[in-house]
Design a protein around this ligand. Structure first.
Ligand SMILES: Nc1nc2c(ncn2[C@@H]2O[C@H](COP(=O)(O)OP(=O)(O)OP(=O)(O)O)[C@@H](O)[C@H]2O)c(=O)[nH]1
Ligand SMILES: [Mg+2]
Length: 218
């Protein structure tokens, strides 16, 4: 039992060391970096497609999935730069996986790098990848109680997107409960209400992401 705890600590210490290397590399490249985390299917790629249509190659996405290049192909079709990481079983991305992609990458013309993590509401939130901030996505079809049931991501996220608001008439989602719980968990979280189906809220999100760039020191 004692050995198990030590191993977990060492794995995280190693991850954090590489995350710091990534952070330095991102800073030198002048990039804003967001680690986007959610359950499978909440709409991460759809949101990034909408941003890609506005930003073109100034948006780069590193997208993580267990397998397939489906999300990379979607993102490139929308106009963004994209790289796929297939974890082949792992339920989260690690700083090492990101480092292997970014250490030889060219970021010429890129303003924003979004890491679309593997769809999973729990494990990805405990791995630092070197990002400036974590962004959580929750879709209304998942239920309004998810923030309070799976708090680790919502506690750590600087911003929370509530997606698929066009579906509210068809699902039993109490917006006041969800936003109230998010605020109780994390009073600093910025909350966006979005629909990729109608485009509602995309401009506000794009403006926020753009403001991160100007707010960063150095
Ligand atoms: N009605 C509605 N459907 C949406 C919205 N956003 C995404 N979808 C749909 O939800 C499904 C999943 O969307 P994705 O963008 O693939 O979700 P994801 O989070 O990237 O999924 P994984 O990468 O597999 O974790 C797709 O069928 C989308 O068309 C939305 O705002 N409204
Ligand atoms: Mg996706």
């Amino acid at each position: 039992m004692i050995e198990k705890i030590r191993l977990a600590k060492n794995v995280h210490a190693l991850n954090d060391m590489v995350a710091q290397q990534n952070r330095l590399l991102f800073k030198e490249a002048g990039l804003t970096v967001v680690n986007m985390i959610s359950s499978p299917g909440s709409g991460k790629t759809s949101i990034l497609e909408a941003l890609g249509r506005q930003m073109g190659h100034s948006l780069m996405v590193i997208t993580g999935d267990i397998q397939t290049q489906i999300d990379k192909d979607r993102l490139e079709k929308a106009g963004a730069l994209a790289t796929q990481i297939e974890t082949r079983g792992s339920c989260h991305l690690t700083a090492h996986m990101i480092n292997a992609v970014v250490k030889h990458a060219s970021f010429s013309g890129v303003r924003l790098l979004v890491i679309e993590n593997v769809g999973n509401l729990v494990c990805p939130s405990s791995y630092d990848l070197g990002e400036d901030e974590k962004m959580a996505v929750l879709s209304v079809a998942e239920g309004d109680e998810k923030p309070i049931k799976y708090p680790s991501l919502f506690i750590r996220a600087a911003a929370v997107i509530i997606n698929k608001i066009d579906l509210i008439p068809h699902v039993n989602f109490d917006m006041a409960r969800a936003t109230g719980d998010i605020q109780k968990l994390n009073g600093n979280a910025v909350i966006f209400k979005l629909s990729c189906a109608t485009g509602e809220g995309i401009d506000a999100l794009a403006a926020y992401l753009n403001s991160l760039k100007t707010a960063r020191p150095g």
